[in-house]
Design a protein around this ligand. Structure first.
Ligand code: AMP
Length: 417
């Protein structure tokens, strides 16, 4: 048997209705907030991610699926969607037509992380990006949109954590101070953080190693180093959240794992999931578009992990029950052709219909009808065939009615009991 690649997973038929429910609810929310769908490839030139996400990040250093194609070009499976979306925006000059552009995409991302509960190497994300507006209220709106997606699928106990990671100017000052502090605790840092101390000390702030997380508890905080414009922007974001009645928690150590964030950064944790893993997160990026060859336009975006969302949905929720309107049971060979046509006729008239061509006994048909969750079963035996009628059985009440074949649509549409 050839099995799945480690950390990859199948979405089996019993999960797919929950899957569609989540993605459809999300699509509907995003539309309400003015986002339009964009679908970009799952593979891009490696350089895009190196430039976009940052060379000295866990994602680029350790987690990308990178290979040389037969033409010798270095390609990577996308570890996140923002870089690809922005590449597309720049390549097709989309901002020229629409200076404020709101885009979303839903699709698989690939990161070679250590697999664990809720952590995969291929996982699905919903990504939303709002470009061309740097008003703090759009940051608040973005956070509201992420929350509304989560709430639309019934997530409760959401915890919104926000921070400002400042702009390049204030971060440069902060970086020096943070480095000074970390140098004093060098021995306690993991090897990665020691190595990254000169290139990217901010990474220590979200390092998972126990020693590092203890050390950063007393590290200087970026919020204390924000310059005036960044401080003002952050207070505007908080005002925007207050006006929308979104409760949040200030998390001054949150920097998120990607280098491109500036100013607002946020994460959303679903405390009902019983762990501290975030279901979504995002932030503002002020220079990313320009770094990718585009105009000097800022943006804010977020990503929500679909698998993490699904973890919060209960299996027994009846919205995900298999739903078939009608099961057609042909009792014996002579009824086969009539039923074959009847199934087709009902489907063409808008009903979801199931049948089993190779079953003939009433008992086995009924078992199948129950298994697929049919609301009604239409039984056609030799008596029905002779009288040009069918027997319709309501599967919940078990009441039966004999209906002339010609009246079947009227009967079914009128709910005929
Ligand atoms: P990030 O792109 O790292 O900010 O992640 C955004 C969201 O994507 C997280 O909050 C998770 O819900 C989801 N996510 C990130 N990495 C993984 C993973 N390896 N497996 C499953 N979901 C993930």
């Amino acid at each position: 048997m050839i099995t799945l690649v480690k950390g990859f997973h199948d979405i089996l038929p019993e999960e797919s209705s929950r899957w569609s429910f989540v993605t459809e609810s999300a699509r509907w929310c995003l539309k309400k907030y003015g986002y339009r769908e964009i679908i970009t490839p799952i593979m891009e030139k490696t350089e895009l991610f190196v430039r976009g996400i940052g060379q000295v990040t866990d994602i680029v250093e350790k987690e990308m699926y990178t290979f040389q194609d037969l033409g010798g070009e270095s390609l990577s499976l996308r570890p996140e969607a923002t870089a690809g979306i922005l590449r597309s925006v720049v390549e097709h000059s989309l901002l020229r037509k629409e200076p404020v552009l709101k885009l979303f995409t839903i699709g698989p991302m690939f990161r070679r992380e250590r697999p664990s509960k809720g952590r995969f190497r291929q996982f699905f994300q919903l990504n939303a990006e709002a470009l061309g507006d740097d008003d703090p209220f759009i940051d608040a709106e973005t956070i509201a949109c992420a929350c509304s997606i989560l709430e639309s699928i019934g997530a409760k106990g959401l915890l919104v954590e926000v921070n400002s990671v400042g702009c390049k100017t204030c971060r440069n000052v902060y970086r020096v101070e943070l480095k000074k502090y970390l140098e004093k605790h060098l021995d306690g840092l993991c090897q990665d953080c020691q190595r990254r101390l000169n290139t990217n000390p901010l990474r220590s702030l979200d390092c998972k190693a126990h020693g590092c997380s203890e050390i950063v508890k007393s590290a200087p905080l970026i919020v204390d180093y924000l310059d005036e414009p960044c401080r003002e922007h952050f207070s505007g974001v908080r005002r925007g959240l207050d006006l929308l009645n979104i409760s949040y928690h200030l998390e001054p150590r949150m920097v998120r794992g990607l280098d491109y964030y500036s100013r607002t950064a946020f994460e959303i944790i679903d405390t009902d999931l019983g762990n501290t893993k975030a279901v979504g997160g995002g932030g503002r990026y002020d220079t990313l578009l320009a770094e990718l060859g585009g105009p000097e336009v800022s943006g804010i975006g977020f990503a929500i992990g679909i698998e993490r969302l699904l973890m919060g949905l209960r299996d027994e929720d009846e919205r995900f029950a298999r739903n078939v309107d009608i099961y057609v049971a042909a009792l014996g060979e002579p009824c086969r052709e009539t039923c074959h046509m009847l199934v087709d006729f009902l489907r063409k008239n808008g009903f979801t219909v199931e049948t089993r061509y190779s079953s003939y006994s009433l008992k086995s048909h009924m078992k199948q009808a129950d298994r697929v969750g049919a609301q009604k079963t239409i039984i056609v035996g030799s008596d029905e065939l002779e009288n040009q009628s069918v027997t319709v059985r309501d599967m919940s009440t078990r009441n039966q009615a004999i209906v002339p074949m010609d009246d079947i649509l009227t009967f079914l549409r009128g709910d005929g009991d």
